[in-house]
Design a binder for this molecule. Sequence first.
Ligand code: LCV
Length: 259
Amino acid sequence: MPFTHQVIDNLIGTITMTNNRKLNALSRSLIDEIMLALERFRNEKARVVILRAPEGSKVWSAGHDITELPLERRDPLGWDDPLRQLVREIETFPAPVIAMIEGGVWGGACEVVFACDIVVASRGSTFAVTPAKLGVPYNITGVLNFMNAASRCIIREMTFTAQPVPAARAEMLGMINYVVESDELEARTLQLAQQITRNAPLSISVIKEQLRLLESAHTITPRMFERIQGLRRAVYDSRDYREGLTAFLEKRRPEFIGA
Ligand code: LCV
């Protein structure tokens, strides 16, 4: 597995993303490995999973692999997008998934983290919601996941400014569980994981699924859905969408014109 390291020990499965060259950008190949690891841990009855980057990482994950986003005329975050599949897999995994964060969390990686059940971050970590920086029309479920992670005005600030939020502020806002010093991160995460393994897995599993179903219990009419998809299509068909992706690939600042 070139992009992850996976181990299970005392009912605790740990997945370390190791594609440092691309800053753990969530490519199809990295996500496939994480999904395989989750399937293995599900089969081996892991009672908790830890998703992490290597110790000392400056970037936990740079978010969706931008080179794999369609340049035009196709929904960049459709149902079968690998990032969407990973978020669903974490949400439906039958045991708690703990995000152990060190470094920057960017874009769709924030949604992956918020899909996890518990988040422990080192003091220097940050969280940046970046669709507006790239010109991407985020998808409906992803927006709902962000709404569940932060209050009304916070998620608007994070989305509209695309600026990284420091872990201490995220903790103060209740977006993550703990901020610890880097040298305490692994121990604090393991302590939580061990506490979970000592409790009843069936009870935990059913409560996790109840929480997921109740959090996503939003009525949306076909008319609302079609309106949202039409608005999103106008964005991913726009010149600004192409400009956002092209600017990143050309390593320059994008020039958005609102068309
Ligand atoms: C592919 C990358 C990436 C990357 N993909 O190092 O939420 S949404 O809607 O936005 C969603 C669609 C999404 O998640 O989009 C992606 C959002 N992510 C970002 O906006 C972060 C993009 N990356 C950066 O801003 C910088 O890479 C950071 C600040 C993370 C680190 O900067 P640093 O100067 O330390 P480089 O930029 O030089 O990146 C190292 C290598 O990783 C690639 C990048 O192209 C470079 O590759 P090359 O050495 O081949 O040039 N890379 C970084 N992020 N998301 N590839």
